[in-house]
Ligand binder design. Structure first.
Ligand SMILES: C[S@@+](CC[C@H](N)C(=O)[O-])C[C@H]1O[C@@H](n2cnc3c(N)ncnc32)[C@H](O)[C@@H]1O
Length: 378
């Protein structure tokens, strides 16, 4: 799995906030063996970078220094040990990369890619960097579809960002008809770029899942101004229908009218940070992940609520729902679905570090009475 390095690099930190946490795993330098011989010049450069990154508070300085050195030299990381020196131009670039990483630009933005399950995805300014724990959420969805023996399942990824979930479903479920939805034109540009890069078949939609933050003011949506970084459209992705002048964003039920009541599998990793987490997130997250990808109101559940509501209409009877949530929502997210009244078999799941991470449920057969139904059953 290509994201192993990125995933291990984040161990010891909360995945979404980046803040230091107690981890079930000790810190580890991905792909490296302590004491590996890097050769005099390169070793000195990397050691110096480790010191710079450590002083800047970077969580995994050696791992990051080695990945940046590999990026600057064009060598695979495992070959660094065999490479004695750096060419002057590579060294200049390496110094620049290390300085930007020390300024807490995310490693994935600097190298321009992230591994997600079996795919390598392009990421950068304007899109949420996919996290390793989401791979497990997708893994549950894929295992479930395979176990059910679904032939050409219709799958929907709400809040798709880079397209990570949708593309993994398309990659690992042959014949699946996969739709990806996001309201942010910048995110959609990255998702379309990744469709082209991976060659997987996903239909990308510009639509609003209906995450309602209006009661909490516009600050929840404010995008920080990041000097020196800008979105560059990929001509290979074709004209962007979500670009300037594209008009109001349609509601997801209007955009996906043809899919209402037909979807087999709906997977989502919506925004789920609580407002009170603003002062404990790391710069890589707070200054570089788009605000719309992070914040979900005072209780952090606005995204889960909106996705669950959209899923009621989209899923067919017996269709499966998977929603990633904060580790603070291990009770609240399943309780929300149970109170909803449209779901059977509601279950909470933990990630590999033992944190509550996602909730799954099955769309109740329409017309089945439920004591907990809120509103009219469709
Ligand atoms: C946490 S990111 C997840 C991205 C991707 N699924 C992943 O796991 O890497 C949440 C995504 O939700 C999108 N989003 C936020 N509000 C939305 C809304 N009202 N409708 C649709 N998408 C929305 C953001 O643009 C962002 O791309």
């Amino acid at each position: 799995m290509t994201s192993a390095a990125a995933g291990k690099a984040r161990l010891g930190r909360d995945a979404r906030t980046g803040s230091r946490t107690r981890s079930a795993h000790p810190p580890h330098t991905p792909g490296s063996t302590p004491g590996t011989d890097l050769g005099p010049d390169l070793r000195a450069e990397i050691d110096e970078a480790v010191a710079v990154l450590s002083a800047a508070g970077v969580a995994s300085p050696r791992s990051d220094a080695e990945q940046l050195a590999a990026h600057a030299t064009g060598e695979p990381r495992w070959r660094l040990a065999l490479t004695g020196t750096m060419a002057p131009a590579d060294r200049d670039w390496f110094h620049d990369l290390v300085a930007r990483r020390a300024a807490r630009v995310p490693l994935q933005h600097l190298v321009g890619t992230v591994g997600f399950r079996y795919l390598t995805l392009a990421v950068g300014h304007g899109v949420f960097v996919p996290r390793p724990e989401t791979e497990m959420v997708v893994g549950w969805a894929i295992d479930t579809a395979r176990a059910a023996g679904w032939d050409r399942p219709i799958c929907v990824d709400l809040c798709t960002g880079s397209g990570a979930i949708a593309l993994a479903l398309a990659d690992e479920l042959p014949g699946a008809r996969v739709h990806a939805v996001d309201s942010d034109p910048d995110a959609l540009m990255w998702a379309r770029r990744n469709v082209v890069l991976t060659g997987r078949v996903v239909t990308v939609h510009h639509a609003d899942v209906g995450i309602d933050l209006s009661a909490w003011g516009s600050s929840a949506r404010a995008r920080p101004d990041v000097p020196g970084e800008r979105i560059v459209a990929d001509p290979a992705a074709g004209p962007d229908p979500a670009g300037p002048g594209a008009g109001p964003v349609p509601a997801v039920a209007d955009e996906l009218t043809d899919l209402l009541g037909r979807v087999d599998l709906l997977v989502s990793n919506p925004p789920y940070l609580c407002d009170d987490e603003r002062d404990r997130i790391e710069p890589e997250v707070g200054e570089h992940d788009p605000p719309a990808a992070l914040w979900a109101g005072p209780d952090g559940l606005a995204g889960v609520r909106a996705v669950a509501q959209a899923a009621v209409d989209l899923l067919r009877d017996g269709g499966r729902l998977v929603i990633e949530h904060s580790d603070r929502h291990g009770s609240a997210a399943p309780a929300l679905l149970r109170a909803h009244g449209y779901w059977d078999d509601v279950r909470g799941h933990q990630d590999l570090t033992g944190r509550d991470r996602f909730v799954t449920a099955t769309r109740r057969v329409r017309g089945t009475p439920s004591p907990g139904v809120v509103g009219e059953e469709r």
